[in-house]
Design a protein around this ligand. Structure first.
Ligand code: HEC
Length: 254
């Protein structure tokens, strides 16, 4: 198949009018920019989950989808950025209150006055960017264990990704289908791979909740998608504007 004859319906970029080539190029440029922004956003929102914001790791993905399984937001804050706001023995009191199920009675008795003294100046709810810690019900929300994204959030993000990325890969795949690539099976694999990866990726978001090692599938499938996007993009732009017409096509035209 490495020198399969040209299909009679195959049109190479070099046989297409400039108008179409311009349309394809403009589409690829904007989609490429979109993909870059998506990567920046992905990195920004996931890379810091495991405490190291410089890399996007397996742990990051596990925590994003299934939660860290250990700490509530309150506990991580007390151990991290909020540690300086109160003395160590009060940290201990707060943490054991959370571990013991954060009941209302001890809140009224000891916890409330502690927070009123140390935290409420900033966390009284008047700043919409800071968690509101006034009152039992608000505090309770940050004492719950992190369980990662909720199922309904996943459902919402899934349908957006399935619709959106299908359009993206349909467009890029259609454009790339005009590239001259041999063997044909390889060309077809590159075109179908993103759709398979997309399905695996999104499915594994849910499976990661049940069994964390699925985070590897999320990462590998995401990588596969990016790789085929990059490959189709580069080959299309290159053959459209920079490469010499492949001999098989030059012969047909001749
Ligand atoms: C001087 C103001 C100030 C005080 C006092 C303060 N905080 Fe904060 N807190 C912040 C700011 C700013 C943030 C957001 C940035 C960050 O996470 O470092 C924050 C974030 C948090 C978060 C959310 C972390 C997350 O998961 O995003 C928690 C929980 C928290 N604080 C708890 C507390 C507790 C408990 C106290 C009292 C012991 C306290 N804070 C005292 C300013 C304050």
């Amino acid at each position: 198949m490495s020198d399969a004859p040209l299909h009679r319906l195959f049109y190479h970029f070099s046989e297409m009018p400039y108008s179409l080539r311009c349309l394809y190029t403009a589409t690829l440029l904007v989609l490429g920019a979109g993909y870059l922004f998506a990567l920046i956003y992905l990195f920004h929102s996931y890379s810091g989950k495991d405490g190291n914001p410089m890399t996007l790791s397996y742990e990051d993905v596990v925590i994003a989808y299934s939660g860290s399984g250990k700490d509530s937001r309150l506990e991580s804050a007390l151990r991290g950025s909020m540690a300086a706001m109160l003395p160590q023995d009060e940290v201990k009191t707060l943490v054991s209150w959370v571990r013991d199920g954060s009941d209302r009675a001890s809140y009224e008795k000891t916890i409330k006055q502690m927070l009123d003294k140390r935290c409420i100046t900033c966390h009284d709810g008047s700043n919409p960017h800071l968690v509101n810690l006034s009152g039992y019900d608000n505090l309770k929300k940050v004492t719950e264990k992190e369980t990662g994204k909720g199922i309904f959030t996943l459902v919402r993000v899934s349908h957006i990704h399935l619709f959106g990325l299908t359009f993206v890969f349909f467009l890029v795949g259609t454009i790339y289908s005009h590239a001259y690539v041999r063997p044909v099976w390889f060309k077809c694999t590159v075109i179908t791979m993103p759709f398979i990866c997309l399905t695996l990726d999104i499915g594994s978001w849910y499976f990661t909740k049940l069994y964390p090692p699925f985070a590897w599938v999320v990462m590998i499938a995401g990588g596969g998608m990016g790789l085929s996007f990059a490959y189709m993009w580069v080959i299309s732009i290159y053959q459209m504007w920079f490469a010499r017409t492949p001999p098989a096509i030059a012969d047909r035209v001749g």
